[in-house]
Write a protein that binds this ligand. Structure first.
Ligand code: 5CA
Length: 438
């Protein structure tokens, strides 16, 4: 994309109402604009980040056998009356009436709808297990929407739901999702630590939250350093093997990790001092096992192995896709701007033309731009070099390909790495190869 023709409105000034770095940077880098309290429009660069996150989330969900579908944002109140949650959910639920005075709501989550859909289709234990997910906008009328997309009212969530014939199989589904989450967050370029959690309005007895460490996080976190540095991508776990899943799960959960709500001083004191890690964290994912809470209350059953009817055991598994954009920036930025992990950057590189109008600079930039893929941005604006550098740092592209008159004469460009600040002078072909041949 050419910056001169794009809709990527960067701001020099710091927006007055944004309290934390990620919110300021998301506005300044032109990723989002607020349209109403806690509701945001995603501008082209922001949307590219969301889509990149979705792709990784999707691949890792598919990898553990979850199937994607798409449920609507609007749901009928009657569906929620069946589980008893319509009245219990409280003022966070946005309730709507249509022209026939029928009661609807904007979905804050989808346990009821997926349970109903499941019940319409699956009639026997032989069709279990099943795991289904979608990536859809949710609405929760938060009392205090704040920190931009981090605590919005409308937000994008990946929510998955598992159905199993018994406890052992349901626990394996839960463990499979935990692995998928650890792999997902690692691929997104961040460390998210799973911590024992409360279940809140979703209910159930087993639950973990995944927290990204950042000083502005809403929760205090305490964890054992043994949880750092584990490589979930390099160590494949056979997710069809309950034994292998259980030992993976036991390994992860054997190390202490808790938010302030669940913190246990006695257990903490037993961890060697040099391994204690304390800080703040942002919740980017939350997984729940709640047995037959919904299948029972909504009267959904399937034929069991001995011919009697059973209520399948369920779990639900959320990832805050739009919140992740803010959380990742919170964990990865400096004074100059965003430092995108390569896997989700809206653009992988920007070509910075230091002297627009110079025949050799223009020709070299055009040649580079024509040879690059869609993820190559070209700053062809008639601006000063300083302004282009500042915008490139602000927008956080992992690589900057800098083209100046001296280099252009010699057939060379400067390649700058945003995260480390390292610069090398190389040929345009080598620069493209280095940036895009991953
Ligand atoms: N049904 C379950 C799991 S599918 C559920 O709704 N879980 S949740 O309430 O924990 O939400 C899942 C994730 O959505 C959270 O971990 C968080 O990352 C994200 N989220 C929740 N509320 C908001 C909000 N107001 N703004 C942005 N993201 C949010």
């Amino acid at each position: 994309m050419r910056l001169s023709r794009s809709f990527l409105p960067t701001l020099k000034e710091t927006p007055a109402d944004a309290q934390i770095a990620s919110h300021r940077l998301m506005l300044r880098a032109g990723l989002v604009r607020q349209t109403a309290s806690g509701i945001y429009a995603w501008l082209p660069a922001g949307l590219r980040v969301l889509r990149n996150i979705e792709t990784i989330v999707r691949q890792e969900q598919n990898r553990v056998g979850a199937q994607e579908l798409l449920m609507p944002t609007l749901q009928s109140a009657d569906l929620w009356r069946r589980s008893g949650r319509y009245d219990a959910y409280g003022p966070e639920m946005l309730r709507i009436r249509d022209r026939h005075e029928r009661e609807l709501l904007y979905g804050p989550t989808n346990e009821e709808m997926i349970t109903d859909l499941f019940g319409q289709v699956v009639k026997s234990y032989k069709d279990l297990p099943k795991a289904l997910y979608h990536i859809q906008w949710k609405f929760r009328d938060e009392v205090r929407p704040r920190f931009g997309v981090m605590r919005g009212r409308e937000f994008l969530m990946k929510d998955a739901y598992s159905f199993d014939q018994d406890y052992a199989s349901a626990v394996a589904s839960y463990q499979r999702m935990m692995l998928a989450y650890l792999r997902t967050f690692q691929r997104l370029g961040v460390r998210a630590v799973p911590m024992v959690a409360d279940t809140g309005p979703i209910g159930g007895e087993l639950s973990h939250e995944f927290l990204i460490l950042a000083p502005t996080g809403e929760s205090g976190v305490f964890y054992d350093a043994a949880l750092e540095g584990q490589d979930w991508l390099a160590e494949p776990v056979d997710t069809d093997n309950h034994q292998a899943l259980a030992s993976f799960f036991d390994e992860v959960t054997s190390h202490y990790a808790a938010t302030d709500e669940k913190h246990d001083e006695a257990a903490w004191d037993k961890i060697p001092v040099e391994r204690r890690r304390e800080g703040r964290g942002i919740e980017v994912g939350h997984i729940f096992y709640f047995g037959d809470k919904y299948t029972k209350s909504m009267d959904i059953s399937v034929t069991g192995p001995d011919g009697t009817m059973i209520h399948p055991e369920m779990g639900s598994y959320g990832i805050g896709v739009s919140r992740l954009v803010g959380a990742i920036i919170e964990a990865s930025h400096d004074d100059a701007g965003i430092i995108w992990p390569e896997s989700i950057a809206p653009f992988r590189a920007v070509i910075i033309n230091l002297k627009g109008g110079d025949e050799e600079c223009d020709a070299l930039c055009e040649k580079l731009y024509a040879a690059g893929p869609d993820a190559l941005l070209y700053d062809d604006r008639k601006d000063r070099a300083g302004a282009k550098f500042a915008d490139a740092d602000l927008m956080g592209h992992p690589w900057q390909i800098i083209v100046g008159p001296r280099g252009a004469k010699a057939g060379l460009v400067e390649l700058k790495h945003r995260a480390t600040g390292e610069r090398v002078e190389i040929s345009p072909e080598e620069a493209l190869k280095k940036v895009f041949a991953v």
